[in-house]
Design a protein around this ligand. Structure first.
Ligand code: SF4
Length: 418
């Protein structure tokens, strides 16, 4: 057994910041509000990415602080509080308000935890104010969710009753289907973090067994472990195999008879495998290069290699938590090259040298690569599309076969014209 090859790289990065995750968190908890304390750039990013009702107050960026000297920092805190009070007067239905920090140096100087604490005293529980950072200096786009969920953990009521806690945002219908499978298998006490209503937080304690639905929740997992929970070791529910192993890992923790699990899952797995088969034809034998962005790269590489027959040239990941990722690493072929971190120029040189059939990367890198005739898939689609679970395995494969299919069509058109 050679195992995978783990390398690290540092240098210029090209990734979205943690503010992006507001888009899916906002959808998941409609009674929560995310107030970005940022600049016009932040406002622009979030509004164009989401088109959701978000306030980014440019006054907390350079605009207002330029007019004042540094002694005016106390005013910045007061100003931040004033904006929140104003907002809550207009929108009293907001139950949980997240103050989200960003990059500009004026914002970094504001102690958002202190602002949140002052506001919580003042609001006396009518609205809960939390804070986390979505700054591009500290976070990549999925780490924004990690920060938001970690901020919720201290508010979870403590209770040692046994429960399965699904952690990580899934599309509601996908989560419903997974919960219904667990219920059929005999696990009835199931909760989710984030919940669908920000005020209905699940309990936490020694009886809680955490099953991560997303791989980028390092900080949240640590906070939950600190509260007594145990994190179940499993690959992630991507593809037929990943979903099967994920479900089985949870049922083993709850001492469910494994024969019952296998017989209930068998028809679902065979259906999932059939849907993947349809796309395998296009993916089999093709080379794949994943640039680091979402932390979903390793599970996706495992799925595309093992279930779709793709050849892995390089698997980048912005951050590697070996504990969370071990079950995934164990499933990768020996000598898979995994690169943690990024030096975007060096990585692009390797892409150009190897000319993979498909590159998974951020939106900013996709256009130049496409212009050079290299097919790409935006990694951000992996968090905006429902891709988890047995029922979605075919859709997941289809996401990656689409750019290859498009390229084939284009080539044929060119040939026909010629
Ligand atoms: Fe705002 Fe920084 Fe994100 Fe740019 S990278 S949108 S400045 S938080």
């Amino acid at each position: 057994m050679g195992g995978v090859t783990l390398l690290k790289e540092t240098g210029p990065r090209e990734v979205f910041c943690g503010l992006t995750s507001i888009v899916w968190l906002h959808r998941r908890m409609p009674d929560a509000f995310f107030l970005v304390v940022g600049s016009r750039t932040c406002a622009h990013l979030i509004q164009s990415a989401a088109g959701v009702m978000i306030f980014a107050e440019p006054r907390f960026g350079t605009a207002i602080l330029e007019e004042r000297d540094l002694a005016g920092l106390a005013d910045a805190h007061e100003e931040c509080e004033r904006v929140v009070k104003d907002l809550l007067r207009r929108r009293p239905e907001i139950k949980t308000l997240f103050l989200v920090g960003s990059c500009p140096s004026e914002v970094i100087k504001i102690d958002l935890a202190r602002v949140a604490e002052n506001l919580n005293k003042l609001l006396q529980g009518k609205t809960r104010v939390l804070n986390y950072s979505g700054s591009g200096i500290e976070t990549t786009f999925t780490q924004g969710e990690d920060g938001a969920l970690k901020a919720l953990v201290p508010l979870m009521p403590e209770n040692n009753n046994e429960q399965l806690l699904l952690v990580g945002t899934l599309a509601n219908p996908v989560e419903d289907r997974l919960i219904s499978i667990f219920k059929k298998l005999g696990i009835n006490n199931i909760s989710s973090l984030p919940p669908r209503k920000s005020t209905e937080l699940p309990h936490i304690g020694k009886g809680t067994k955490v099953l991560l639905t997303q791989p980028y929740l390092t900080e949240t997992s640590r906070a939950l472990i600190h509260k007594g929970a145990e994190v179940i070791k499993a690959p992630f529910p991507l593809g037929a195999e990943g979903s099967r192993l994920w479900i089985q890992a949870a049922t083993k923790e709850f001492n469910i008879d494994q024969e019952k699990v296998s017989s209930l899952l068998a028809p679902l797995i065979s259906r999932a495998e059939k849907t993947v088969e349809r796309y395998k034809e296009k993916l089999q034998g093709k080379t794949l290069f994943l640039l680091p962005e979402s932390q979903l790269e390793i599970p996706i590489a495992r799925f595309l290699h093992r279930e779709c027959g793709m050849e892995l040239l390089e698997v980048g990941t912005p951050y590697l938590n070996k504990e969370i990722m071990q079950s995934e690493l164990d499933l990768l072929p020996d000598n898979t090259k995994i690169v943690e971190g990024q030096h975007v120029e060096k990585q692009l040189d390797r892409v150009r040298n190897q000319r993979p059939d498909l590159v998974v990367c951020g939106m900013g890198l996709a256009n130049p690569l496409e212009a050079e005739g290299i097919s790409t898939k935006w990694s951000i689609e992996l968090v905006f599309s429902p891709i988890h679970g047995l029922d979605q395995a075919g859709d997941l494969a289809e996401l990656f076969s689409r750019p290859l299919h498009r390229k084939n069509l284009l080539n044929n058109k060119i040939l026909t014209k010629a």
